[in-house]
Each structure stands twice: as structure tokens, then as C-alpha cells.
Design a protein around this ligand. Structure first.
Ligand SMILES: *Cc1c(COP(=O)(O)O)cnc(C)c1O
Length: 420
């Protein structure tokens, strides 16, 4: 593929150079049409039984994007009171929020209880703490609802740091400890409304997830009268799309998933609500970062293109060695990929690890070009930092009618000073 942004009309007819000049760089640019499309698709994964996709908002908590999720009818997972507040601000009712924290204080558990947001407990110790909180608050038994996160003993993912299931990870309650869950439940008169798992992130085939579902449904049989069973997130997106990498096979996955559910429902006697927790899939492809090339140089035969997209703006390449495709835009037009030269694309942070792409074949970059980094909607802005005291970038949304809307203003140095 020569250009993703051209092939999907990402800028909806707007000139990217004009957007960059108007709002400045680095700039997160979102496309409403693509965001809605992915949210819609993932909400259709199960149609035969009650199902909801819970968008895992840690991927992107911009309130305007949460509003799209609200409109698309998907529910949300939050990992912290901050994320819950963002969801309330976007208009989500408490029933559409699921709190999946780990290692949190009693204050955070009490916060969720008081807000009426159902919480999943990630260890026996946190389940016990939750029970104590319910007792201290003198909650009636019918209000002592919660979920538990099980670690199914298997994990998978695009990089070791994102594998969240399996014996070596910090998450969930081990399957062998399930009898102890029931002891705590009995002691505090709790009701386990649901169970959840999340084995990892970035799957490009259905198999690891299907295996995990099969295994989890086996575990679910140990729990009576569940209201929901939540299989977790992890659907990947093609980060190598310029090399024609294929999408996650959603249709095929859906076909293979259904018989597993049929089998479970016939054994269990009824169909609880099934859930999944997609983060990346909903938002990654709906955003690019536009950054300016401010310097090009050769260091001992190595070619460097220096941009304003530092590791503070997009940390995934430095943190996980993640690949993000990059397109070069000159005078508002995508530069053809006919002739490619290996280049290191780096940011403006004082760290040699501040590298967006290493020895990457790209059109020869020149000062003044725009680097357009693809697939940055998930774990992009939400992982931004102010390292090197650089204010965090602005975000704009290109609406379906082509209008460009500022959805988060650029942070300023004054904002950074505010905490002192
Ligand atoms: C991060 C996370 C997700 C979302 O993962 P993706 O790979 O972005 O789909 C889902 N569930 C839990 C518990 C998570 O921590």
C-alpha cells in the first residue's frame, strides 16, 4: 500500500498541511468515521446471545471519543476513579461502566461502591478488602455485588509487557484458588455477579482468544447464576499496513466463537451476558500523529530525521519496541513510496532511546516535511508524558462531514507550572 491515509481518505478532503499549520505540531488527528466503524464492528462479535463490548478506556480517555462510544452503544471498562469520572463526564450511566482495578486502596473501592459501579476484584486479598468495605458501609446483602478476575493460567500478546494472563503475571486470582473465593463470598455475604479475564493484547489471529474463551467457559461452570462472563480484550490491529498486513479476522472469529458459546449455554442452562473488553481495536486505527521534521542529518553513515514527535508524545516504540508505520507528507501530499532510503526517525527528547523508527525504509525526509505516524489512537495520548517539561499535544477530530474540531487543546508551560 502506498498510503493508508489516502486510501481511506483519512483527512476527509482536508489538507493535512493546513491542519498542522492551524493547530501546530505534534498533533493527534482522529477520524470519527473510522472510530465509529471499529466500535460498531466490535459490538457485533456476538449476536446470538446477550453481548456487550466494553471499550477499555485506558486506550484513550478523550471525553469526545468516549461520547462516540456512548453513541455507538458500547459499554466501558475503567481502571481507576479518574477513568470513571471521565466516563461520567462523557455521559455514561453507572450501569454501563465496569471497574477493573488492581491493588487499590479501600478508598477507591468505597468510591466505586458509592457510585454504584460494579467492581471486579483481582486477588483474594482485594476481595476480602471489598467484603470489609461492604460490611463497614453496612450495605444490604442485595447490594454486595462484585465480579472476580480469574487468571486462567494462559497468556498471549504482541510483547512480554502486554501479556496479562499466565502464571508469571500479576493479574487475577489463580484457578486453584477459586474455592477460597467462595469462602470469602460466604463470610461477607457477597454475590459474584460476573467473572472476567484478560489474557493479553495485540492478537492478529483468533486462535489464542478462542482457546482462552474455551478454557474460561470451563472455569465459569464452577460459578452458579452468573450474570455475566467477560472474556477480556486483545483484538489486534495491523500495525504493518503499509506492508499489506491483514486485519484481525473478525468475521471468521465470530463464526468460530459461536459454537463454543452454544456448548456452554446448553451445559449452563441459560445464557448470561457475554462481554469482551476491546481497547486497541476500537481506537488505534482512528488516529494519526502529525509531526514536523525539523532536522535531517548523517551520523557516521546513519541517516536521522529529527521530528517533534518525542517519546513523551508517543511512548510505544521506546517502551515496547512497537512498530508504527510512517508516511511522509510534503506540501500537503503524501510522498510516494517508490524510492525508499533507510532512516532513523527520532524525536526531540534528550535520550538516545527516543526513536520512533529504526533503520526504516522511507521516502527521503526533508526539513519542513510532515511525518504522519499511523495507528496512534490507542495507548498514544493516554500514555503521553511531560518528560523534558514538554507540554502534551493537542488533539483534533475530523468529523464525518469533514469539519475539523479541536477536542483537546495543547497543554502549555503555564499548565505545567500550575502544580507548584
Ligand atoms: C488493557 C486492558 C484491556 C484492553 O486491551 P486491548 O489489547 O487494548 O484490547 C482489556 N481488559 C483489561 C483488563 C485491560 O487491562
Amino acid at each position: 500500500m502506498n498510503s493508508f491515509v489516502d486510501s481511506v481518505n483519512f483527512f476527509e478532503g482536508n489538507n493535512p498541511e493546513k491542519i498542522a499549520s492551524e493547530y501546530g505540531t505534534p498533533l493527534y488527528v482522529y477520524n470519527e468515521r473510522i472510530l465509529r466503524d471499529r466500535m460498531h464492528k466490535v459490538n457485533q462479535v456476538i449476536t446470538k446471545y446477550p453481548y456487550t463490548a466494553n471499550y477499555s478506556v485506558k486506550a484513550n480517555t478523550n471525553i469526545h471519543i468516549l461520547k462516540l462510544a456512548l453513541e455507538e452503544g458500547i459499554n466501558c471498562d475503567a481502571m481507576s476513579p479518574g477513568e470513571i469520572e471521565m466516563l461520567f463526564k462523557a455521559g455514561f450511566p453507572k450501569e454501563r461502566i465496569f471497574f477493573i482495578p488492581n491493588n487499590v486502596s479501600p478508598d477507591e473501592l468505597i468510591y466505586a461502591i458509592k457510585k454504584g459501579v460494579i467492581t471486579s476484584l483481582d486477588s483474594l486479598s482485594q476481595l476480602e478488602l471489598f467484603g470489609q468495605c461492604c460490611a463497614d458501609l453496612e450495605l444490604s446483602e442485595d447490594k454486595r455485588l462484585c465480579a472476580v478476575r480469574i487468571n486462567p493460567g494462559v497468556g498471549a500478546g504482541h510483547c512480554e509487557k502486554v501479556v496479562t494472563g499466565g502464571k508469571k503475571t500479576k493479574f487475577g486470582i489463580a484457578e486453584e484458588d477459586i474455592p477460597q473465593i467462595f469462602q470469602i463470598v460466604e463470610k461477607y455475604k457477597l454475590t459474584i455477579a460476573g467473572i472476567n479475564q484478560h489474557i493479553g493484547s495485540g492478537f492478529m489471529t483468533g486462535e489464542p482468544y478462542l482457546e482462552a474463551v474455551k478454557n474460561f467457559l470451563q472455569i465459569a461452570l464452577k460459578f452458579k447464576d452468573l450474570k455475566f462472563i467477560d472474556f477480556g480484550g486483545g483484538y489486534g490491529i495491523p500495525y504493518h499496513k503499509l506492508d499489506d498486513e491483514k486485519e484481525y479476522p473478525m468475521e471468521d472469529f465470530k463464526k468460530k466463537l459461536e459454537p463454543l458459546l452454544d456448548d456452554f449455554v446448553s451445559k449452563y442452562g441459560f445464557a448470561p451476558m457475554f462481554k469482551s473488553e476491546p481497547g486497541r481495536y476500537c481506537v488505534a486505527e482512528g488516529s494519526v500523529i502529525l509531526g514536523r521534521v525539523h532536522a535531517v542529518k548523517q551520523n557516521a553513515g546513519h541517516s536521522f530525521a529529527g521530528t517533534d514527535i518525542g517519546m513523551n508524545v508517543l511512548v510505544r516504540p521506546s517502551m515496547y519496541d512497537s512498530h508504527h508505520d510512517i508516511e511522509v507528507i510534503r506540501d500537503g501530499k503524501t510522498v510516494s513510496r517508490d524510492k525508499l532510503v533507510n532512516q532513523n526517525v527520532c524525536g526531540n527528547i534528550c535520550e538516545s532511546g527516543d526513536l520512533l523508527a529504526k533503520d526504516r525504509p522511507l521516502p527521503q525526509m526533508e526539513r519542513g516535511d510532515l511525518a504522519c505516524v499511523l495507528d496512534t489512537g490507542a495507548y498514544g495520548w493516554s500514555m503521553c508524558s511531560t518528560y523534558n517539561s514538554r507540554p502534551r499535544p493537542a488533539e483534533v477530530l475530523i468529523c464525518r462531514d469533514g469539519k475539523v474540531k479541536l477536542i483537546r487543546r495543547r497543554e502549555t508551560i503555564k499548565d505545567l507550572m500550575r502544580l507548584f
